[in-house]
Design a protein around this ligand. Structure first.
Ligand code: OFO
Length: 172
């Protein structure tokens, strides 16, 4: 059984994962409307993965005797100036989520909730992967610069690129 502090902290994480899913959906839509269909496919998949992360939390809260809350979400940013802009935002978002996961881990330790602490290790590993991925994409874009051929290939490669190899939430 989780205590109220843990329940509240986990419910906050539900919101963050849901918002991440919405942010990436907005990024996918922008990319699709700007001719980057590969980047759009990447963000549509990433958005789905974040939703799975959210669902995993909801099920955990309920299974452990808590009550998962479904909250209103903030409106995501809809316009971006470039692919670099979008991937900068992706990195920023993932860094924020990593920080929140670390805070959650700290609360678990304070509350001596080792079961939730253990459950959250999957999220810790996931965040490391996702931050690294965003940095790799930014490095690639830096190399490409304004080369149109390079941007074409970048977009094409992303159409089949898995946002996170373990991001389906089922391999935890
Ligand atoms: Fe939910 O994995 Fe990133 O945010």
């Amino acid at each position: 059984m989780i205590n109220k502090k843990i329940e509240k902290a986990l419910n906050r994480q539900v919101v963050l994962e849901a918002e991440a899913s919405q942010y990436y959906l907005a990024m996918a839509s922008w990319a699709e409307n700007n001719g980057y269909n590969g980047v759009a496919a990447f963000f549509y998949r990433h958005s789905d993965e974040e939703r799975i992360h959210m669902l995993k939390l909801i099920k955990y809260i309920n299974e452990r005797g808590g009550c998962a809350e479904i909250s209103a979400l903030s409106k995501p940013r809809a316009h971006f100036s470039s692919l670099n802009d979008i991937f900068q935002d992706l990195l920023k978002q993932e860094i924020t989520v990593s920080g929140e996961i670390n805070d959650l881990i700290e609360i678990c330790l304070k509350e001596k909730d080792y079961t939730t602490h253990n459950f959250l290790q999957w999220y810790v590993a996931e965040q490391i992967e996702e931050e690294a991925l965003a940095r790799t994409m930014l490095d690639k874009l830096k190399l490409i610069g304004s080369d149109k051929g390079g941007l074409y290939l970048f977009d094409r490669d992303l159409s089949t690129f898995q946002a996170s190899p373990s991001g389906d939430g089922n391999k935890a």
